[in-house]
Design a protein around this ligand. Structure first.
Ligand code: SF4
Length: 469
């Protein structure tokens, strides 16, 4: 059987602000995971439209398309094309789960929720000529899943080919997050077995890993055993965690010992009102500064995520957020315009208040305002968002942020990581064109090399309090 698996490019790929490097970071692990259920005889073509062109002049038997909100319209076009050619088309992913009726018009079968538990059943049904219209995930487990088909990934097209996911979901329930809708009807947070995760890590070449888990520290027992197992593996890695998990216990020290060198943290907002509105309880009454200082004391760089446009945000939010990030030595900041994704509680609330402006999913890219704002006008919000990016990544602020660190090595790492990420676009574009992105891995690994913790870091950690920021 000829199988074509496609990750269509997001609408942002056509934006004037499109940064090819941003979309050449991680390979499509979800599709490579599903591919592991296909047989050795199947001919699999796995295409990521962010890094390669799609040839539409082929005739696969089965087409599998992963749908996100801003590639939904593109996905539907591709699906319609292949169905008109006689292929059997299945659609799955976050957007399909949020809006199954919309997606079903373009598919022979749709997948609701994570596909790895239902895809094997689909394959059986398909081969028996009785595929169902809808596959809904209810029983979920990562125990004994087959090894992901990494051989299908074109490693040289990605800066971070060693991406890995060892958990699914997240234990929290933020109202703006797609997570609850995607995992509805079954477990919302579950992990691989530690041994299996370690075995997968062991197979990855080089030193660097990027855990794409929503919350790597979400299950303390699992994370602790994982980090214990990774200690002697000589790895450096990046991942994501919440503020409360960074401040609690000694898990973050274990992560640092195992090789964690940077962490993505969802600070989102400084306003307790906004946190309450978003049900982001895990950030409430926590000191953001102490979480950041604790990470820095362990030599872990911080990638902060911030949302603009929650109802308590006024015109001062942009400058306050940028200034805070620079003052606290945040290495990279990701800013978002609040976006009510369909399927989320935020969307339901806004819809019931008649605040959703339109359903042009291409514009739901976290750069544009798609809802009626309160204390900020839509143009203030978009302008402020653009200003924040420009300001945070100005050379003067990159330098200021770098100099906020104590050690010379941490200063240098900050400068190279932050400057390298945002200031060398033509170089990145050249490397992408020459398909040599993964040649940059040794450089990334050296930037992520260890900064020795300061001797008195543990006394700081023990004195960490939790206060509202
Ligand atoms: S902590 Fe992050 S991943 Fe978890 S529900 Fe909140 S936004 Fe989603």
């Amino acid at each position: 059987m000829k199988v074509k698996m496609i990750l269509p490019a997001l609408a942002e790929a056509e934006s004037p602000f499109w940064r090819p490097i941003k979309y050449s970071l991680f390979p499509p692990l979800g599709l490579a995971t599903l591919a592991s259920y296909l047989s050795d005889e199947d001919e699999i073509d796995l295409i990521d439209q962010h890094v390669e062109k799609i040839d539409l002049n082929d005739n696969p038997d089965l087409v599998v398309i992963q749908v996100y909100i801003t590639n939904a319209f593109r996905s539907y076009k591709l699906a319609d094309h292949y169905r008109s050619q006689g292929a059997y088309v299945i659609l799955g992913g976050l957007h399909v789960t949020s809006l199954p009726d919309e997606a079903a018009k373009h598919a022979n079968s749709i997948f609701i929720g994570p596909g790895e538990d239902t895809f094997p059943q689909f394959l059986k049904d398909y081969k028996a000529n009785r595929p169902q219209k809808v596959y809904r995930s209810t029983q979920r487990s990562l125990i004994g899943i087959p090894p992901i088909r990494r051989d299908l990934i074109k490693r040289n097209r990605y800066l971070v080919p060693n991406s890995i996911v060892v958990t699914r979901g997240c234990p929290h329930h933020c109202d703006f997050c797609y997570k609850d809708a995607f995992f509805e009807g079954g477990k919302t947070f579950y992990t691989q077995q530690v041994d299996e995760a370690l075995a997968e890590i062991d197979l990855l070449p080089g030193k660097h890993l990027y855990f794409l888990d929503d919350h790597l520290l979400g299950n303390a027992k699992f994370a602790s055993s994982l980090f214990d197992g990774m200690k002697g593996m000589n790895r450096v890695f990046q991942g994501a965690a919440t503020i409360d998990s960074i401040l609690r216990g000694n898990l973050i020290e274990k992560a640092a010992e195992a090789g964690m060198r940077s962490v993505f943290v969802g600070f989102e907002t400084f306003s307790p009102e906004n946190l309450k509105q978003s049900n982001k309880k895990q950030n409430l009454a926590k000191s953001y500064e102490e979480a950041v200082a604790r990470l820095h004391s362990l030599g872990i760089m911080v990638n902060g995520s911030f949302v603009f446009g929650l109802d308590d945000d006024g015109p001062d939010v942009f400058k306050r957020t940028v200034d805070w990030g620079v003052k606290n030595g945040i290495t990279t900041s990701t800013y978002h315009v609040l976006t009510p994704y369909p399927g989320t509680r935020l969307f339901q609330d806004m819809e019931s208040e008649n605040r959703i402006l339109h359903r042009n999913w291409d514009l739901y890219d976290t750069r544009k305002v798609v809802y009626k704002t309160t204390k900020l006008s839509a143009s203030e919000l978009e302008d402020g968002y653009n200003w924040a990016y420009k300001e945070f990544y100005s050379w003067s602020n990159i330098l200021k942020g770098s100099f906020s660190h104590d050690s010379y090595k941490h200063k240098l790492k900050h400068l190279m990581y932050s400057g390298g990420w945002k200031k060398f676009e033509p170089l990145w574009n050249f490397i992408i064109k020459t398909k040599g992105l993964n040649q940059m891995l040794p450089l990334l690994e050296s930037i992520l090399s260890e900064v020795k913790p300061k001797k008195n870091s543990s006394s700081f950690i023990n004195s960490a309090q939790t206060t509202t920021s």
